[in-house]
Design a protein around this ligand. Structure first.
Ligand code: ADP
Length: 476
């Protein structure tokens, strides 16, 4: 178990992530656009209003100067125009003279009072000032009332108008945008759910197909919606095919083992029964049959021993017992042990060492592998034949060659000889005590050492087995 923090399983759902991603991609730009449009609307509306008021104020300002309104505020026309301006824009208009005295206030509350503010002072200097207070919702403008001839500021025109109507429009727009946005969100949600389901479907299909394969309804995974799923399907099918082959070969192996183990037992049973079924069996026959039974027991023991060796070889490379071994000495020992068998057939057994070789190997397993090869070369030979074993090495590998002038292996059997229980000639092999496991053991031992084995053979002429093994054991 990993000690990672556990999130609810739903967070691992690809569908959920796709939906979230599509939602974000769909809604974020819309939200940014809405914010931007509403903000620029407000700025534009405020600036339009300021420009309107400014131009009207300038016209009014000129009339104020022309009619000497600062001295005498009784002009009906100007008063009504001032009222009109303040009504239209829902605001307040004040006219201030050069003594900072308010000569006219459309609210009528501050007339006669003095006003000294930064803006008013700056406007007396000739500046037109416009200020927008968005928090409190008004625009305030101060415009100098300048004498057209002397260019002297005689007073200041102060207009302050409410921006409530702009705010109200903005609220309407916001509401409208919200409705559009919510509808959009729903549409995008529906679309993203649909698209995500469509995108993820091949994966669910694959999972379903795999469980069908598990239950034995089909044997092939086929999902071609994407290149990637096609690739996974291909790889899965390859893997599944390999597993099937392994499974079949295991079944075959078990049935072979049972068969091989039963054969000697059947022979023994036949021999024992025929002895038991006869009266007054002569001692000679007893001896002969008991001798045969003994031979069958030996054979059974040999098969069991070979099977045990094979099982040991099947384990992982970690089971190798690596040590530095003098290969020349080891080969001499193997040949010494096998010489008596060779001599029985008058077979010449020769070892040729090209150089001293010492290598990191599992002594027992390598000895077993080479013994099998030399034993085969003797077993499948002609009387008075020959067997040559040679040893050579370069800086990386050592090479053992086992060559014989024996009966050879037919070409179509060459690819099968490493299979368990495979024998070219079953009856001949049995006669000379073969189990069909020897080369399987040899090959496994060589592969465990990360080596290679190759065979060359011509029927009737002889066989060569070449083994190549690294001098230094390569741990994986
Ligand atoms: P066995 O126990 O029968 O010898 P092996 O696995 O050692 O089984 O060999 C498999 C088969 O390969 C043998 O039955 C034999 O037919 C063939 N074979 C192996 N080595 C040689 C050889 N040197 N010459 C001819 N045939 C061979």
């Amino acid at each position: 178990m990993s000690n990672k923090k556990k999130y609810p399983r739903i967070f691992k759902s690809m569908k959920l992530w796709l939906i979230l991603i599509f939602l974000l991609i769909g809604t974020i730009p819309a939200a940014i656009l809405r914010g931007g449009i509403l903000r620029s609307y407000e700025t534009k509306a405020v600036s339009n209003r300021s420009i309107d008021i400014l131009s009207q104020s300038r016209i009014l300002g000129n009339q104020i100067i022309f009619n000497n309104y600062l001295e005498d505020t009784s002009s009906e026309i100007i008063n009504s125009q001032l009222e009109q301006l303040s009504n239209i824009y829902d605001g307040r208009v004040m006219v201030i003279d050069s003594n900072f005295r308010i000569v006219k206030d459309t609210y009528g509350v501050d007339e006669g009072k003095t006003i000294v503010s930064e803006e008013v002072i700056r406007s007396f200097g000739g500046e037109e000032i416009s200020k927008h207070d968005s928090d409190n919702g008004y625009i305030e403008m101060t415009i100098p009332l300048t004498d057209t001839e002397s260019k002297e500021s005689l007073g200041v025109f102060l207009v302050s108008v409410s921006t409530d109507s702009i705010k109200l429009n903005l609220e309407y727009l916001k509401d409208g945008a919200l409705v559009i946005e919510i509808s959009m969100l729903l549409v995008i949600l529906a679309l993203s759910v649909m698209i995500s389901m469509r995108l993820v479907r091949p994966l669910s299909d694959m999972s379903r197909q795999i469980s069908e394969i598990q239950n034995g309804f089909t044997t092939e995974l086929k999902e071609e919606s994407y290149l990637e799923t096609e690739d996974i399907s291909d790889r899965f099918n390859q893997l599944f095919g390999r597993m099937k082959v392994i499974d079949e070969s295991r079944e075959e192996f078990v049935s072979n083992v049972s068969h091989e183990l039963k054969t000697p037992l059947t022979s023994m049973k036949v021999l024992a029964d025929s002895l038991n079924g006869q009266e007054n069996v002569p001692l000679e026959l007893y001896r002969e049959f008991m001798g045969d039974i003994g031979n069958e027991i030996d054979r059974e023991t040999k098969i069991i021993n070979d099977l045990l060796s094979l099982v040991k070889m099947d384990r992982s490379a970690a089971d190798l017992n690596i040590s530095s071994v003098n290969i020349n000495e080891q080969l001499e020992l193997i040949l010494k042990r096998l010489r008596p068998i060779a001599e029985k057939q008058n077979i010449e057994l020769v070892l040729e060492s090209f150089r001293p070789v010492s290598a990191e190997v599992d002594e027992v397993k390598l000895t077993l592998a080479i013994t099998n090869l030399v034993e085969n070369a003797i077993k499948y030979n002609h009387p008075d034949g020959w067997v040559h074993v040679s040893l050579n090495a370069d800086h990386q590998y050592f090479y053992i060659k086992v060559e014989d002038g024996g009966i050879g292996i037919p070409e179509d059997s060459l690819e099968h000889i490493y299979e368990r229980f495979y024998r070219v000639d079953k009856s001949h092999s049995r006669e000379i005590g073969g189990t069909g496991l020897g080369l399987a053991i040899t090959r496994n031992a060589v592969l465990m050492h990360r080596g290679a084995i190759k065979v060359f053979s011509t029927e009737g002429e002889g066989t060569i087995f070449n083994v190549r093994i690294p001098l230094n054991y390569i741990a994986s």
